[in-house]
Design a protein around this ligand. Structure first.
Ligand code: TYD
Ligand code: MG
Length: 445
């Protein structure tokens, strides 16, 4: 029998015996048992080949049946790919994958949905809401990773879904399911299955807000594609975001709405995010954003008022707090619009998080508008990064943003002068070089 290996969950220190406290990083109770076999796959010896002799393989992609999921994957599942779909409990991972498995089965693929969390009866309950029917969809309530792999081989399935990786275990390890050792070893075996047979494998992984639960974080380098499913209970929309993708673009997003009969793909997310806009209200600006490859219009709201008491509050929801502080400082110093001493709240409507600097100008103008009480033109879209001197800097993919604005029926756009086309998609393009110029053009001073 091979000697067990104990690995610290904090620092990856390895030891042949268990310690209550890690001798390396001194964390208590952090050592867990892992299989003693060397990690990773045995790599067959290969001869180097001259570059021109490398054959071009066209990756055959299998559609997941959900266009928004396909988009995030880069067009669908490629043979042997291992995809990790992570997200907080309750966000809708099982719903997404059961829907996808069902659509794949309807398209004639054999799918094995291995659930370690729910019984087939529970799955059936969920499936009834989602109109799952195909006999090509096989369900297995099993937590033993080797049993799952054996079933996938035996049934010659085309796609394997494992829900979740924290629920499966490997019989040779004595540690509990969900511990780093179990998760890693189970994933390694499923990766080996995918790579040796060409079977696409989709793993579900639970992640808490701080990413602390053992598992998905430790798996990110083992799998080919890491997709995060985001959203909160209070909003219907859900965003699927590629964080890593060996077979497609990273940072692509897919947008869904969670309804009574499951997830509905949203092909035109701008319309969703602008649907309930406070037209004509001061403090509301429309930002022409880009998420992944996709232009997306969202509403940025600001509310500035007398500080209720004590030191003024600065609250940024959906935009970076440090970025907001900088924008307010530049507004004060370079455009004479001073919010100091006041409470400032900024929010991206719909619960979306925008982290690109192209949002700066929209945030600044929403703030200026709230402070002056003068609304922005309702059919104007805004894009641009702001520098510390108050200059408005160019951003990437201006034309894609403007094309989306034209499609949505906007009639004008404030655009950094360095990137502004003369006119575009029927829009009046207003080039701005400086924040003060933008404040004038938007008439919010
Ligand atoms: P679930 O897929 O179980 O989440 P996860 O696997 O990520 O833990 O979905 C959880 C929520 O989604 C649950 O609160 C109920 C809701 N839901 C709907 O709103 N509509 C539906 O059709 C389904 C199946 C679930
Ligand atoms: Mg689930």
């Amino acid at each position: 029998m091979t000697r067990p290996t104990f690995v610290c969950q904090q620092c990856e220190f390895q030891s042949g015996k268990w310690h209550g406290r890690c001798p390396s990083c001194e964390a208590w109770g952090s050592l867990v048992e892992e299989a003693a076999s060397p990690r990773g796959l045995p790599v067959p010896a290969q001869e180097p080949v001259p570059y021109p002799d490398i054959g071009c393989v066209d990756l055959v992609r299998t559609s997941t049946g959900l266009p928004e999921f396909d988009r995030v994957l880069g067009g669908g599942l490629v043979p042997g790919v291992v995809v990790l779909v992570g997200g907080e409990p309750g966000v809708g991972k099982s719903t997404l994958l059961l829907q996808s498995a069902s659509a794949l089965a309807d398209a004639g693929k054999r799918v094995l949905y291995a659930s370690g969390e729910e019984s087939p009866a529970q799955l059936r309950l969920r499936g009834a809401r989602l109109a799952v029917a195909s006999a090509q969809l096989l369900v297995l309530a099993e937590t033993d990773v080797d049993a799952i792999a054996a079933a996938a081989r035996r049934c010659r399935v085309d796609v394997l879904v494992v829900d979740s990786i924290q629920a499966v275990r490997c019989g040779e390890l004595s540690s509990v399911p969900g511990s780093v050792g179990q998760v890693r070893e189970s994933a390694a075996r499923l990766v080996a299955l995918a790579k040796s047979t060409g079977l696409p494998v989709i793993l579900v992984g639970h992640v808490t807000k701080d990413g602390s639960i053992a598992g998905p974080r430790a798996l990110e380098h083992v799998v080919d594609t890491v997709i995060q499913f985001e959203g909160d209970r209070h909003h219907a929309h859900r965003i699927l975001r590629a964080l890593k993708n060996r077979f497609g673009p990273a940072d692509e997003i897919g947008v869904f709405s969670m309804a009574d009969a499951g997830l509905i793909g949203i092909g035109n997310p701008s319309e969703l995010f602008l649907a309930e806009r406070a037209l004509g209200a001061p403090g509301s600006a429309v930002l022409a954003a880009i998420e992944g490859s996709r232009p997306l219009h969202v509403e940025v709201q600001a509310l500035i008022g007398e500080a209720a008491y004590g030191s003024p509050r600065r609250v940024a929801l959906g935009v970076d707090a440090g970025r907001l502080a900088m924008i307010l400082a530049v507004l004060a110093r370079r455009a004479g619009i001073d919010a100091s001493g006041r409470d400032v709240f900024v929010n991206v409507a719909g619960g979306l998080t925008i982290d690109e600097p192209a949002a700066d100008l929209a945030v600044a103008l929403a703030a200026a508008s709230s402070l002056s009480g003068r609304p922005l033109a309702p059919r104007m879209t805004i894009l641009g990064e702001i520098g510390l001197a108050g200059e408005v800097r160019s951003v990437a993919r201006v034309e894609a943003r403007l094309r989306e604005a034209g499609r949505l029926g906007f009639d004008s756009a404030l655009v950094p002068s360095g990137a502004a086309p003369p006119s575009f998609a029927g829009l009046r393009v207003v080039p701005v070089r400086h924040l003060a110029e933008a404040v004038d053009a938007a008439q919010v001073a």
